[in-house]
Write a protein that binds this ligand. Structure first.
Ligand SMILES: Cc1cc2nc3c(=O)[nH]c(=O)nc-3n(C[C@H](O)[C@H](O)[C@H](O)COP(=O)(O)OP(=O)(O)OC[C@H]3O[C@@H](n4cnc5c(N)ncnc54)[C@H](O)[C@@H]3O)c2cc1C
Ligand SMILES: Cc1cc2nc3c(=O)[nH]c(=O)nc-3n(C[C@H](O)[C@H](O)[C@H](O)COP(=O)(O)O)c2cc1C
Length: 652
């Protein structure tokens, strides 16, 4: 059964704790607790499902260790009092009952206090500076933390020990100290955020003193045999921040004082593109750092960060670069990732596309429990489970984009007879969206759907569907998922030959010259412009709004800014295309000032309009129900198309 990924399903050990395989659930704060940090039933249900999916070790999300400044996020889990123990005990039991091991992450968020509760506390008075462009810019105004006094440091060190003891009492089998991503431990480790002149600042030995004391305090409380892990950012990518050369030294010391496992992550809340890396960052982002740590310690090492496929996970284990693989977002996308890998059917794993739209932009950054673009049922318990339909119906789906394919999949799973009409090929706008290599994760989503539709025997007909297609009365319901079409602005000169659409460029229908003016600094415009710039073109962006990339996810923005900064690009905001001229365009700003911009081509990326006519015509027919989903209702995101598809298919 484990033949396809033998390493992944080898038993492992952390200290004396046996783990049934090498798959670890990376901790993910999910806003699922009560306000007082106590465990909720939905939290237990969520973790039980992760454990049921086959994960060997579940590290439960960051729990705040005291009732002071350690808590940093709304409805964050707490382990600050014995009042938390009963709920935590039920949670640990729920995980263990499903055959997994239960660990708890102990956290003090230090500088990164997203609640804005003042005073925030850190090693020094260095704020979490977002410069207006940070994942948590919508949260409280970057409070300047107070510098911890020696007495306060000692209190926190003791609080970590007490919290670990509570975790042990509650039935957790391991604790992990959160020493990554910009929390208090990193605030001490990083020279950028630690400017202290006392025994906790200056040399690396001094900067790691706090962490060492925390580990010793925990060990004193939990006894010699209880596994302690520490999560570190190998490299946090912050200015004057944590670097791998320091991290390996820290790892050696941690081993020498009895830490049982090191969990290597990377990035920080400010450098979110290196923490929960978007699809534009290569997979296995922290492997270099993981390997560096693994080389210097004898205790096991967990690799984490953008390890989305079992193939990559197996490769990392096989090459000896790590002993365990941690998954965060991939288990949002599919909690049954381990089980499906074990059964040798990785093609059935709903792929995490690292879009960060569901789990970050629509959840974490909006104070909401975690959602997922590709897994509508996440955190919904049984309420949104796929159940068999009361009676089998003939369902037609028009359009093979993510909306249409998800609708067809769910209808087929519910027992309906499904026919899908697609005039191009399955994938819809994802085919165009994944043309740049930095959006290649989307191809895996197309592959997943193509495979699932085949396995579910959905009949795919490659032709354009019209009203006549359904006049014979052979369907009970039609789900229209025909998407949108590029908006062409009505300005003088728009039909000149130098004008092309972003879609034409992505489809390689229209080659462009050396100097390109991209109209629209939204997601599609930015990505097409970046793609062209990285091919060596000179790119000018003109965006009507004052903000460039206004509709781009925050972690993508961070990454795209980093990449654009290396290219020959100019970005103009607050300017609109007024007309196209022979060798360029006239743009006008909000004060009416005109400017001539020369370019070989004008690439239009000013949005999409929904294709509504088929739906309107079908609604005039009798004998079947009509539903519309996704971009043909209003052009938006994959999240919207998939969620509307799923919810519609559940109704039929
Ligand atoms: C370049 C680009 C990049 C993008 N990047 C992202 C991203 O990173 N993240 C994100 O969330 N969203 C992204 N989007 C948006 C996302 O792709 C869309 O929101 C999503 O694809 C909408 O899905 P849909 O199923 O509603 O429609 P579509 O994906 O547009 O699919 C509609 C399908 O219907 C077919 N069709 C139309 N009429 C008929 C007919 N009469 N008969 C048969 N077939 C028909 C079309 O050929 C097409 O395949 C991007 C879009 C583009 C264009
Ligand atoms: C919604 C969300 C919440 C997270 N919460 C935590 C957390 O509580 N503690 C932590 O150490 N990392 C946290 N992370 C980081 C993840 O554990 C992980 O390092 C990151 O998502 C990259 O791994 P992945 O590519 O497998 O998702 C969080 C990530 C996400 C997306």
């Amino acid at each position: 059964m484990d033949a396809m990924f033998p390493k992944l399903f080898e038993r492992g050990k952390i200290g004396r704790l046996e783990i049934k395989n090498r798959v670890v659930k990376a901790p993910t704060y999910g806003a699922l607790s009560n306000i007082d940090g106590s465990v909720t039933d939905r939290m237990i249900r969520y973790y039980e499902e992760v454990a049921r999916g086959g994960t060997g070790l579940v590290i439960v999300e960051s729990a705040s260790i005291d009732n002071k400044a350690s808590k940093a996020a709304p409805c964050q889990l707490g382990i600050s009092s014995i009042e938390h123990i009963p709920g935590l005990a039920a949670l640990a039991q729920g995980i263990c009952d499903q055959g997994a091991r239960a660990a708890l992450q102990l956290t003090h968020f230090g500088r990164d206090n997203f609640l804005g509760i003042t005073p925030a506390k850190s090693a020094s008075r260095i704020p979490m500076s977002m410069g207006g462009l940070g994942p948590f810019a919508t949260f409280a105004d970057e409070p300047v933390p107070q510098e911890l006094t020696i007495e306060e440091i000692q209190d926190i060190v003791k609080a970590f020990g007490d919290a670990a003891q509570r975790a042990q009492t509650a039935g957790f089998e391991m604790v992990e100290v959160h020493g990554a991503h910009g929390g208090l431990v990193t605030n001490f480790l990083s020279p950028g955020t630690n400017r202290r002149n006392d025994m906790y600042g200056g040399s690396l030995q001094n900067r790691m003193r706090f962490l060492v004391e925390v580990v010793r305090s925990i060990r004193k409380k939990v006894g010699p045999d209880f596994p302690i892990g520490v999560r570190l950012s190998g490299n946090d990518y912050e200015p004057n921040g944590v670097v791998i050369e320091d991290t390996v030294e820290v790892a050696k010391v941690l081993e020498s004082i009895g830490v049982d496992i090191i969990h290597v992550s990377g990035g920080s809340h400010i450098r979110g593109n290196h923490l929960a890396s978007p699809m534009s960052v290569p997979a296995g982002h922290h492997i270099r750092e993981v390997e560096a740590v693994k080389r210097v310690v004898h205790i096991p090492v967990i690799a984490s960060g953008s390890i989305t496929t079992p193939q990559l996970a197996e490769e990392i284990l096989e090459s000896g670069k790590a002993d365990f693989i941690a998954l965060a977002r991939p288990l949002f996308a599919d909690p049954y990732w381990p089980q499906k890998a074990r059964e040798g059917r990785p093609e059935d794993i709903t792929p995490c596309i690292r879009c960060n739209d569901g789990c970050q932009d629509r959840s974490n950054l909006r104070y909401r429990p975690t959602q997922c673009t590709v897994n509508v049922a996440l955190n919904k318990g049984d309420t949104l489970a796929i159940t068999p339909a009361d009676r089998q119906r003939n369902v037609a789906v028009v359009g093979g984009g993510p909306g249409g394919m998800e609708a067809a999949r769910v209808c087929a799973l519910r027992g309906h007879k499904v026919t899908l009409y697609e005039k191009r090929s399955l994938g819809g706008a994802l085919i165009d969206a994944s043309a740049p290599e930095f959006k290649a994760d989307l191809k895996r989503l197309i592959d997943y759907y193509v495979t699932q539709l085949k396995k579910l025997k959905v009949e795919v007909i490659q032709k354009e569907a019209t009203v006549d297609t359904f006049k014979k009365g052979n369907v009970d319901a039609v789900i229209v998922a025909v998407g949108g079409t590029p908006l062409i602005p009505d300005v003088p000169g728009i039909d000149r030959p130098i004008v092309v659409t972003a879609m034409d460029v992505l489809r390689k229908k229209s080659p462009v010259g050396q100097k390109v003016l991209v109209v629209g600094g939204n997601m599609v415009g930015t990505e097409v412009g970046l793609w062209l710039a990285e091919q060596g073109k000179e790119v000018i962006f003109v965006e009507m709004l004052d903000e460039f990339m206004a509709n781009v996810g925050i972690f993508d923005q961070l990454e795209y800014h980093e990449r654009l900064a290396k290219q020959k690009v100019a970005i103009h905001t607050g300017k609109r295309l007024e007309s196209v001229i022979d060798k360029g365009a006239i743009v006008v700003d909000k004060f009416g000032r005109r400017q001539e911009m020369m370019a070989d081509n004008i690439v239009l990326a000013v949005g999409f309009i929904p294709l509504t006519s088929l739906r309107e015509k079908l609604e005039k027919e009798k004998g079947f129900e009509v539903y519309a989903i996704g971009d043909c209702v209003s052009p938006r995101r994959i999240f919207d198309a998939i969620h509307e598809a799923y919810l519609t298919a559940r109704k039929l």
